[in-house]
Write a protein that binds this ligand. Structure first.
Ligand code: GLN
Length: 289
């Protein structure tokens, strides 16, 4: 134990943080390193190279306060205000869901579809439904320079974060942010609609997620499927012939969402893709020409 007034080294500060986080996090050491690096304004590599140096008192206070918040299950991304997604860094706070690595599977599917169906010279109309931080819409806009992107969200607070991220990544002029419910605010039908809608059953998810992240982005109703039903009810009018709809799903929802998609689009080809961890993750609807 470090006596209260003795100078702590970075190594000691990290060790007590790891102890404090062991019960709430599956990655206590990583969390502690990220929070210490954030506190000092350093990279993690620099922290790890200087473990035997002493930590200034004010930094130690700041670090301990962050560790305390993490111990109350607040996501690391809200504590640092940043989250990496598909190679870009996004501003995040409690107004938006933290981007998840599994959602990169949805982006992969969308980019692959765009490569197969559109030449870089065609204008491609894309809609991201329930955009949150804007991470999906922004990555698509960055990778598809000729895409015109609509991004909708019911939450004006989320759209403010999405706007900040679109500006940060230089695509604000190609993304139109629209406030409203699901597909309703779209001014015209699109070629490609993507969505990571709320699909969880709130009382079944991780307590930290439920305590700190926006329920509007998570709550899929009593069976987790409520938003898919509403979205699929109007999706046929929102897509151009030959277009595609891609929906992120929870790992156990493949059968149910595939069935709902087939009801909504009886003539379309519907298939399912997995994420890098091998879980069912994206339902793809290829609309007939
Ligand atoms: N993947 C998120 C989670 O498990 C849920 C995201 C969503 O509902 N779209 O917490």
């Amino acid at each position: 134990m470090t006596p209260p007034n003795a100078q702590a080294t970075l190594a000691q500060a990290l060790a007590s943080a790891v102890e404090a986080l062991r019960e709430v996090s599956s990655t206590p050491r990583l969390d502690a390193e990220i929070l210490l690096a954030h506190t000092l304004g350093w990279s993690r590599a620099r922290v790890l190279a200087r473990l035997q140096e002493t930590i200034p008192d004010d930094a130690l206070q700041t670090f301990r306060a962050l560790v305390e918040r993490r111990a109350a299950r607040e996501p690391v991304a809200y504590l640092t205000g940043r989250k990496e997604f598909y190679g870009l860094e996004f501003v995040v706070d409690r107004r938006v869901l933290v981007p998840r690595p599994e959602t990169e599977a949805l982006v992969d599917a969308a980019l692959e579809w765009a490569r197969q169906h559109y030449s870089p010279h065609d204008t491609l109309l894309i809609a991201d439904i329930g955009t949150g931080s804007g991470c999906i819409a922004i990555v698509l806009a960055r990778h598809l320079p000729n895409a015109v992107v609509y991004a909708t969200d019911l939450s004006p607070d989320a759209l403010a974060v999405a706007r900040q991220n679109a500006e940060l990544h230089g695509v604000a002029e190609r993304i139109t942010l629209l406030c409203g419910d699901l597909l309703a605010p779209l001014p015209q039908a699109v070629d490609l609609a993507v969505s990571n809608p709320p699909y969880t059953i709130l009382n079944e998810i991780d307590a930290g997620v439920r305590l700190h992240e926006p329920h509007l982005a998570l709550d899929g109703g009593s069976d987790g499927l409520a938003v898919y039903r509403r979205l699929l009810a109007t999706a046929p009018q929102a897509l151009r012939p030959g277009g595609a709809l891609m929906l992120e799903i929870g790992a156990t929802q493949a059968e149910a969402v595939t069935a709902l998609a087939r009801q909504a689009f009886p003539a379309a080809a519907v298939h399912m893709l997995r994420d890098l961890a091998g879980w069912d993750r994206v339902v793809v609807v290829n609309v007939e020409r």
